[in-house]
Design a protein around this ligand. Sequence first.
Ligand code: AMP
Length: 569
Amino acid sequence: MAAESAHRSPTFSAKPPEAAVLSTMQDVPLLISRILTHGSTIHGGSQVITWTGEGAPQRRSFAEIGSRAAQLAHALHDDLGVRGDDRVATLMWNNAEHVEAYFAVPSMGAVLHTLNLRLPANQLAWIVGHASDRVIIANGSLLPLLGPLLPHLPGVEHVVVSGPGDRSVLEGASARVHEYEELLAGKPTTYDWPELDELQAAAMCYTSGTTGDPKGVVYSHRSVYLHSMQVNMAQSMGLTDADTSLVVVPQFHVNAWGLPHATFMTGVNMLMPDRFLQPGPLAEMIEAERPTHAAAVPTIWQGLLAELTAKPRDVSSLTQVTIGGSACPPALMAAFDELGMRVCHAWGMTETSPLGTIARPPAHAVGTDEEFAYRLTQGRFPAGVEARLSGPGGERLPWDGESAGELEVRGPWIAGAYFGGTDGEAFRPEDKFSADGWLKTGDVGTISHDGFLTLTDRAKDVIKSGGEWISSVDLENALMAHPDVAEAAVVAVPDDKWGERPLATVVLKEGATADFETLRAFLAERVAKWQLPERWTVIPAVPKTSVGKFDKKVIRKQYASGELDVTQI
Ligand code: AMP
């Protein structure tokens, strides 16, 4: 991943013709170090507040984060020998030290690799090996996970431990073990950040790998910079230094949706939950620290809603909630509206940095009956994301709000390839990239005349019944609107007559009395009759992926192996 290999996608690069008038603008590379310098000086008084579970939260100003990021860079360079594009991984919760690593590692020219701490051990080991991570910075509380894994990570030379946790699990490790605070102590608080090529690798993140091996997406300084500007736009998250953002979305999940970088551009305070991600502590930190904004996947918000219903708290400060990662159920949006928390729905992927669309309703719809429907879509494409829909035969489909096809996107913060491993070339599998270089998202949906995306399914989750498509998401949303239903997941199962039919798996709320007939009748008022599931089952919880999304492949497997107690009606 040397600087030379930083590439402009061959499909899109255009050199000015010989006789062209040259621009008179300065060519200043868009670097993460510039975001850090800006945030830690101009917004030096803004804070990263990390929840500690007991006692006062830890408060660190952006100025301190800047100084400590410089100290960390010195430590990595001088003590650990990090050079060039070496990969420095993190196995950390959302906290101030993780933010320091976010800035120190790319700013010095190395590549930050955030590890998903919820992945199974064998996948983590594979990813660390594939990325050739030399250093891992880990939270002490995650050493029970890292300790047993280390013997399987021969390329890891150094482990740097931060925060509370029993270090003894690392005894006997072949990697050298360091204390984060000891490494930083006494180091200079400034660093002469190198002028890098803006196309150089800055950070990497592996897809959650629901099919096949996880794939590495490598962000450049330029892509991170441009994406951060987009996140900050009024029609995106639009936060200012008057805001505090509760960053629940993990820093290992697509750079916490770009928030750490974006907030350093604008001085937004960050409230970091560390490992306290359960609904109780989340409600407590909202009441105590009064954030104005929060970002997380729907599962987290479902949990918080149940918590607030059982034990009301003063959450009145929280007026804006960004929900993405999977579709926001309408019932959840309505319930949050009632609590005064306005949901803003967004769509994205690891491959899209992640901001791909965001559902701010157009001005003409605000205050009208159309507003809620606009907010429920996945949202509008920003200027930096071009989109098109591809039909089953690869034909372009119109933006008419009706024609459903696979979404393809391109833009300066959209992946054009996957990381091929240290010895391999970046690769572009045909099912993920079109011949002309667009990313095939695997998401199926429609786009309206005014550029609002509505996803009906993942390509692999859509139910193909007798030549017609049934949206599993529509059925789930309709089911989750029933007061007795806590969660619902619908998957395609084989059917002799129709090819595939929907199987409804339902999680009932405590004390719920609804039976399948009742739920089916409830659905019948909301979806076409031929879409109504015949197969029903109650499950204790919907299986979730490592980033909290419904894991439908597990349900399909459970059905195939006869593990589910299915009722036919
Ligand atoms: P990941 O790379 O793990 O973030 O997963 C990306 C995938 O999550 C997308 O391709 C979508 O299938 C799904 N996704 C993300 N945001 C949304 C959303 N707002 N609505 C529906 N699906 C979503």
